[in-house]
Design a protein around this ligand. Structure first.
Ligand code: CP
Ligand code: NVA
Length: 315
């Protein structure tokens, strides 16, 4: 049966750890200028209904580094669900390409695409989740801290796709997660209730959320598709900015994290985004490596199964 990468909840913790190890190994190959063309002859279709810098670039470059090819389809091109049904798009694409990545609004569109496609589908962000970003974030924490499962993570800001993916990650790896959001912008209660095992604190007090954190994460207050609410959100999120004052409540030296793009001066100050504790560019870089691991896992699962017996997986 084919697998997809739609959310973190469908992974086991062992698979999550193996994907991160595979990503680290692919990263070291890139640093050592070693080629790894495991996906030679394979084609990825990338469907974007929203803008992107990191996701588009890292999937396209990643596929090229693996010896394959990526095709970009922008918001005005295929009209998924409008010009043509999701099901028809899925079934056509499955005849031509080996893998599909989609960035869209409704999470159900991504789920339906995966259900109707006979090739694997990757979630490149929906309004509900951003699992590729989370894997890159976890790889970044692993690089800086080793065993990231013992860390306390504070997510400060909108209880939207990134916060939800952090909740999934907390459940998967047993993280101590504290979410600080203004009243009315907390993660959806019915979503949170799905996760029974993890220790998740949800607070309307950003200082409480950040207290004792090893890493403080934020995301834009106005996500793609919410632009008309920008002024209202700027007012209602006041007090939730990641700045020098708020960071005093975290552990000394706590990492500053952001998925980017940042709205500088809104959810985060320049000083924090560009400061010595910021790892935002590591997070962005790691998108490349984790997504290559995801594509390999979906198309050549034997590579992951043999990992971490790296030598066997390698040649
Ligand atoms: N973090 C992220 O997904 O960036 P893009 O929106 O630029 O792809
Ligand atoms: N929450 C943001 C994340 C961007 C990577 C958005 O959906 O626009």
């Amino acid at each position: 049966m084919k697998r997809d990468f739609i959310d973190l909840s469908s992974l086991s913790a062992a698979e999550g750890h193996a994907l991160l190890s595979l990503a680290s190994w692919l990263k070291s190959d890139v640093k050592n200028r070693l080629e790894h063309p495991y996906l030679r002859g394979k084609t990825l279709a990338m469907l974007f209904q929203k803008p992107s810098l990191r996701t588009r670039l890292t999937f396209e470059a990643g596929m090229a580094q693996l010896g394959g090819h990526a095709i970009y389809l922008g918001p005005n091109e295929i009209g998924i669900g409008e010009r043509e049904s999701v099901k028809d798009v899925a079934r056509n694409l499955s005849r031509w390409v080996d893998l599909i990545m989609i960035r869209t609004f409704a999470h159900d569109t991504c789920v339906e695409l995966a259900r109707e496609a006979s090739v694997p589908v990757i979630n490149g962000l929906t309004d509900l989740l951003h699992p590729c970003q989370l894997l890159a974030d976890l790889l970044t924490l692993k690089e800086h801290h080793g065993d990231f499962t013992r860390l306390r993570i504070a997510f400060v800001g909108d209880g939207f796709n990134l916060a939800n993916s952090w909740i999934e990650a907390a459940e998967l790896f047993g993280l101590d997660l504290r979410v600080g959001s203004p009243s009315g912008y907390e993660p959806d209660r019915s979503f949170v209730q799905r996760f029974k095992r993890s220790k998740i604190l949800i607070s309307n007090d950003p200082k409480e959320a950040v207290s004792g954190a090893d890493a403080v994460y934020t995301d834009t207050w106005t996500s793609m598709g919410q632009e008309r609410e920008a002024a209202k959100r700027r007012r209602e999120f006041r007090g939730f900015q990641v700045n020098r004052e708020l960071m005093k409540h975290a552990k000394p030296g706590a990492l500053v994290m952001h998925c980017l793009p940042a709205h500088r001066g809104e959810e985060i100050t320049d000083e924090m985004l560009d400061g010595p504790s910021s790892v935002v560019l590591d997070q962005a870089e790691n998108r490349l490596h984790v997504q290559k691991a995801i594509m390999l896992w979906l198309l050549k699962p034997e590579v992951l199964e043999r990992w971490p017996d790296g030598a066997a997986a390698r040649r």
